[in-house]
Write a protein that binds this ligand. Structure first.
Ligand SMILES: [Zn+2]
Length: 188
């Protein structure tokens, strides 16, 4: 376990996070660090790695920002556990930042690649769903059942087609979906 200091308003040591290295290794999502003393074996509370938190304004490249608060978003994910796979919930804290450049001043969230835009599942789980269909020949209904009812048949169908399309050509703007979050929940 170690303490990570992150910048707020470009000044050090305003936020302190205790990172659980063992669970971070178990999660094995390179963009995410698991917070210590929170959640349970099936629920991981995470922050983004510092390089993602401080990626700068995506509109003008200005690295300076003002902190506008944080928001959380939950994702369904899958990890190997023993000889089986475990479905877990990953709650990720995203910092909302305001660019300090006078001619920009836009609000932005860090961009990341562990989930598709608008998704409530990780790409790793999406890929598992695609493999279940393509390799094992499972129907959407069978896949939904194997996911312990955490996703509906319809959600499995949408995820499958989204991921197939994405694997063909990913032309999405990785930051756009965060703006949609503020307007309310979006379907898969
Ligand atoms: Zn900017």
């Amino acid at each position: 376990m170690y303490i990570m200091h992150t910048e707020v308003d470009n000044q050090m040591e305003t936020s302190h996070y205790e990172i659980d290295e063992q669970r971070t290794a178990e999660l094995n999502q390179p963009e995410l660090l698991v917070l210590a003393a929170r959640g349970d074996p099936d629920h991981f509370y995470c922050i983004l790695v510092p390089s993602k938190i401080h990626s700068g304004c995506p509109h003008c490249g200005n690295p300076f920002f003002r902190n506008q608060g944080n928001m959380h978003r939950d994702f369904l994910d899958v990890i190997p556990r023993g000889d089986d796979a475990a479905l877990i919930t990953v709650s990720v804290e995203f910092r909302k930042s305001k660019c300090t450049a006078a001619d920009c001043g836009r609000i932005y969230y860090p961009s990341c690649s562990f989930a598709s835009p608008y998704a409530r599942t990780t790409r790793r789980l999406d890929d598992a769903i695609v493999r279940m269909a393509l390799r094992e020949g499972f129907t959407y209904t069978e896949t939904a059942a194997m996911l312990n009812g955490r996703l509906s048949r319809q959600a499995v169908y949408r995820i499958y087609h989204r991921r197939i399309k994405e694997l063909g050509a990913d032309t999405s703007d990785q930051t756009l979906w965060f703006r949609e979050i503020l307007k309310g929940d979006t379907a898969y």
